[in-house]
Design a protein around this ligand. Structure first.
Ligand SMILES: *Cc1c(COP(=O)(O)O)cnc(C)c1O
Length: 354
C-alpha cells in the first residue's frame, strides 16, 4: 500500500534531529517534503544534473515555513504573548499563518511600498497586525532587536536560533531524495540565515555518516544589494528581487562560515541576469518562482560561463519562494491581447500561427 498523506511536517519527520521535547505541542501546517525537481532544459544548458528544491510548495509558499514551525512551536511552549518580525514579505506571511495556528497575536514590520502583493495578501488574510515603516528591512530588524529584552515578546526573525534548526531540514530532504549530497548547492542570499541552515544540515548528515560529503555552498546576491561581495553593509540596497533586498545581513559571519568551510562562494548577479533566469526556469522548465528565488539559477548560469560546473555533476538550486508571490513583476512587461469574438475562427487563426 502507498503511504500517501503520512507526512505531518518536518518536526515530526526529523524529530530526533530537532530541539523538540517529548509531549511538546507541535505547531505545524505540514510544511517541508517539498519536491526536488529535475530541470532538463537548464541541465542540458550547463551539462550537469540540475535539480530545483521547490520551496514554493510549502504551505505559505516559501521556505520560511520550515523555520517558523520550529520557532512558533518554541514560542508557544515558552508562553510568549506576542510574536513579532521585520520582513521583506515572506517571513511575515509565514509568521502570520503559524501564529494563527498557535493562537498568538503577531505584529509584522514591512518596508513601505517594497513588499510583493501576494505576501501582503497573506499577512492580511491570516490577521497579522501590519505596521508599514518608513524604512527598509534593515531598519525594521534593528527595531525588532530592541524588543528582545521584553520577555513576553517572541522575536521571530532568523536571529531566533530555532529558525535555523527548522530550516536545516531542507538539506536532509535533498540528501534523502538523492541518496547522497549534491556536489554544489546554489542559493539566494539575503539576511543569510538559509545558506547557513543548509550548511548545518549537510554537516550533520555527513558527521553522522549518512552522507560521505557536503556540497560547495554557492550563495547568490543581487548586485544592488550585495554586502558579501563588497565586504561591507549596503546603506540603501536596491533590487527587483525584494526578498533579498537586505544591506546588513544578520547572519553575516555564519554565512561566511558556510561559504569558507564548504569551499564555496558568494557572488552577485545583476537584476537583468536574475530576471533572465526568472523567465528561463518558468518558460523552459515549467517552474514559476519569485524573482529573488531565481538568483540561484542566475548564479548557476554565471558559474557555467566561468567553467565552474563539472560535467555530469549533481547540482541543487534552492528556489526559495513561489512565483505567485509577486504577480506585479510577472506581468510588468506583458500585453494582454485584445478581446476577440469567441469564434472557432479566432482560435484557429492563433493555432495556425504557432
Ligand atoms: C527570505 C528569503 C530569501 C533570503 O533568505 P535569507 O535566509 O534571508 O538569506 C530568499 N528568497 C526568498 C523568496 C525569501 O523569502
Amino acid at each position: 500500500m502507498n503511504n500517501l498523506n503520512t507526512w505531518t511536517g518536518l518536526i515530526n519527520a526529523y524529530r530526533d534531529r530537532m530541539p523538540i521535547d517529548q509531549g511538546e505541542e507541535v505547531i505545524t501546517l505540514h510544511e517541508g517534503n517539498t519536491p526536488l525537481v529535475p530541470l532538463p532544459y537548464i541541465s542540458d544548458l550547463v551539462g550537469a544534473n540540475v535539480y530545483a528544491k521547490v520551496e514554493g510548495a510549502n504551505p505559505t509558499g516559501s521556505f520560511k515555513d520550515r523555520g517558523m514551525t520550529m520557532a512558533v512551536t518554541k514560542a508557544k511552549s515558552q508562553g510568549k504573548k506576542v510574536l513579532i518580525c521585520a520582513s521583506t514579505g515572506n517571513t511575515s506571511a509565514a509568521l502570520a499563518a503559524y501564529a494563527t495556528r498557535a493562537q498568538i497575536p503577531c505584529v509584522v514590520l514591512i518596508p513601505k511600498g517594497k513588499i510583493a502583493l501576494g505576501k501582503l495578501a497573506q499577512a492580511v488574510m491570516h490577521g497579522a497586525h501590519i505596521m508599514q515603516i518608513n524604512g527598509n528591512f534593515d531598519e525594521g530588524l534593528r527595531l525588532v532587536r530592541e524588543l528582545s529584552e521584553i520577555d513576553s515578546v517572541g522575536i521571530m526573525n532568523s536571529i531566533n536560533p530555532f529558525r535555523v534548526q527548522g530550516q536545516k531540514s531542507a538539506a536532509f530532504e535533498i540528501c534523502d531524495a538523492l541518496g547522497k549530497a549534491p556536489d554544489q548547492h546554489f542559493i539566494p542570499v539575503g539576511n543569510a540565515a538559509n545558506i547557513y541552515a543548509y550548511w548545518v544540515g549537510y554537516q550533520e548528515y555527513e558527521q553522522d555518516g549518512i552522507t560521505s560529503s557536503s556540497p560547495k555552498m554557492r550563495g547568490v546576491q543581487a548586485d544592488g544589494s550585495a554586502p558579501f561581495v563588497y565586504g561591507f553593509p549596503v546603506e540603501n540596497p536596491e533590487t527587483i528581487a525584494t526578498a533579498i533586498r537586505i544591506g546588513a545581513p544578520a547572519s553575516y559571519e555564519k554565512a561566511l562560515t558556510a561559504r569558507d568551510e564548504s569551499g564555496g562562494s558568494i557572488t552577485a548577479q545583476t537584476d537583468e541576469k536574475i530576471l533572465h533566469a526568472y523567465k528561463m526556469i518558468a518558460s523552459k522548465d515549467g517552474v514559476f518562482v519569485e524573482p529573488g528565488s531565481a538568483a540561484s539559477i542566475a548564479g548557476l548560469l554565471a558559474a557555467h560561463e566561468n567553467n565552474e560546473i563539472v560535467k555530469d555533476s549533481t547540482i541543487v538550486c534552492t528556489v526559495t519562494g513561489h512565483g505567485l508571490k509577486d504577480p506585479d513583476t510577472a506581468t510588468a512587461d506583458i500585453q494582454i491581447p485584445a478581446a476577440v469574438d469567441p469564434s472557432l475562427e479566432s482560435v484557429m487563426s492563433l493555432i495556425d500561427r504557432l
